[in-house]
Design a protein around this ligand. Sequence first.
Ligand code: COA
Length: 147
Amino acid sequence: MADIRSIPVKQARILRHKILRPNQSPEECIYPGDDDQRTGHFGAFPNDALVGIASIFPEAHPELAESPAWRIRGMATEIEVRGEGMGALLLEACIAHAREQNGSIIWCNARSTVTGFYGKYGFQPVGDEFPLPGIGPHYLMVLYLDQ
Ligand SMILES: CC(C)(COP(=O)(O)OP(=O)(O)OC[C@H]1O[C@@H](n2cnc3c(N)ncnc32)[C@H](O)[C@@H]1OP(=O)(O)O)[C@@H](O)C(=O)NCCC(=O)NCCS
C-alpha cells in the first residue's frame, strides 16, 4: 500500500511533464492556481520514489453553478504501477481535501480514455466529448459532494 503525501508543486510538475505532457514544454506543466495556498498537491509513494500525482484547485467551472467548486488536474500514475490502486488513493486524497474545505462539487476535464476511472468513484459526464488541442478528446466530469 502506497503512502499518499502532500508534495511541493515542483515535484508534481516533473511527473506532469513525463506522463501527461511529454510533447509540451515544462512551462506548460505550470497550471494556474498551482501556488494558491488552498490548492492540494498529492503524491503516491509505495517506497521512497514518487510514482503518482494529483492536484486539486479551488476553481469554478463557467458552466457549473454549484459552489464552492474544486477542480482536479494533473492526475497520473507511472505506467509500471497502474492497476495497483494508487490512482484511487490519489483521487480519494483530492476528494477528502475538497470535503474538508466544504466543497460542493469537484470537476475535471477527463481524458476520454479514463472516464471509467472517474466514473468508478461517482463522477458523472456532463455534456458532449470535446477536444483539448495537443492532448485529445475529453469529457467534463463532475462529482457532487452534497449528495
Ligand atoms: C487514470 C490513472 C491515473 C489511473 O491510475 P491507476 O493507478 O491505474 O488507478 P488504480 O489502479 O487506482 O485503479 C482504480 C480503479 O480504476 C480502474 N481504472 C483505472 N484506469 C481505468 C480506465 N482508464 N478506465 C476504466 N477503469 C480504470 C481500475 O481498474 C481500478 O478498478 P478496480 O478497483 O475495480 O480494480 C492512470 O491510468 C494514468 O495515469 N493514466 C494516464 C494519464 C491520464 O490519462 N490521466 C488522467 C488525465 S484526465
